[in-house]
Design a protein around this ligand. Structure first.
Ligand SMILES: [Zn+2]
Length: 253
């Protein structure tokens, strides 16, 4: 955790929660395979709250989000992979990337990679229900109520997030950046962990361009789709090491 102690994860019946600061809570699913154990971020705003990503959708997520009744909760999916969109259908204000917007209605397994979970060894370390089986796992349809493109703004009243299109891990990956205070929700475009660039829809050339762009992004703190949060220096290290790794590969191949 950049700039302070690692927030403590309180593990509940299915979800784990860590209070990052007065406005921010991180949620995760400690009992799912670490390959699909993503971070979800709940940020309290003045006029609306924000939820970035919604996990696997194995157990209901909405009851875990303590937004006061009547206050809008804007839910943003950073990309259409299974571990980020499973509970999207539980929420009313559903935003996600323009590039994959049409596919949120069908949630085709081939696009979400839900099929990869069906036969994953050790898919869960604790059964979410007595008769639960990974092979039955499905992601419900969740048509977007707003498609987000590069430059769009997500407004919480007291703060605004600029949408950045950051392809590479997936073609549709977006991030949310608050230019006023440097808070960055990165999704899987960048995080402090092993970056995945070998999925059928990954694009390494695009990923390198995204890393170049991130090197110039003046963040204060980044909250990623996986792993611990990072500051600007750490993000620079992650981006640079990815670029070096790709350059080496390109020069020997
Ligand atoms: Zn992903």
């Amino acid at each position: 955790m950049a700039g302070g102690p690692k927030p403590e994860l309180e593990i509940g019946d299915w979800f784990g929660k860590a209070k990052v600061d007065a406005a921010t809570t991180m949620l995760t699913e400690p009992f799912v395979h670490d390959f699909v154990r993503a971070n979800m971020w709940h940020l309290k705003g003045r006029d609306a709250d924000l939820l970035v990503d919604t996990g696997m959708g194995i157990r209901p997520l909405a009851p875990e989000i303590d937004t006061p009744p009547g206050k809008p909760l804007i839910v943003v999916a950073t990309h259409i992979h299974l571990d980020h969109i499973g509970s999207l259908h539980e929420f009313r204000l559903r935003m996600g990337p323009k590039m994959s917007a049409a596919q949120f209605g069908s949630m085709d397994d081939a696009v979400t990679y839900a099929y990869m979970f069906h036969n994953l060894d050790g898919a869960v370390s604790k059964l979410p229900a007595p008769d639960w089986k990974a092979i039955d796992y499905r992601i419900p349809s969740a048509p977007l109520t707003r498609a987000l493109d590069e430059g769009d703004v997500v407004d919480l009243g007291d703060r605004k997030f600029r949408v950045l299109h950051l392809p590479g891990h997936s073609p549709d990956s977006i991030g949310l950046f608050d230019e006023a205070d440097g808070l960055f929700f990165a999704g899987d475009a960048i995080y402090d962990g092993m970056l995945i660039d070998d999925l059928p829809d990954s694009d390494r050339t695009a990923y390198c361009r995204t890393m170049q762009r991130l090197l110039d992004l003046p963040i204060r703190i980044g909250h990623g789709g996986h792993g611990p949060s990072f500051d600007r220096a750490r993000m620079g290290e992650i981006a640079s090491s990815y670029l070096r790794r790709r350059e080496r590969f390109v020069s020997v191949s």
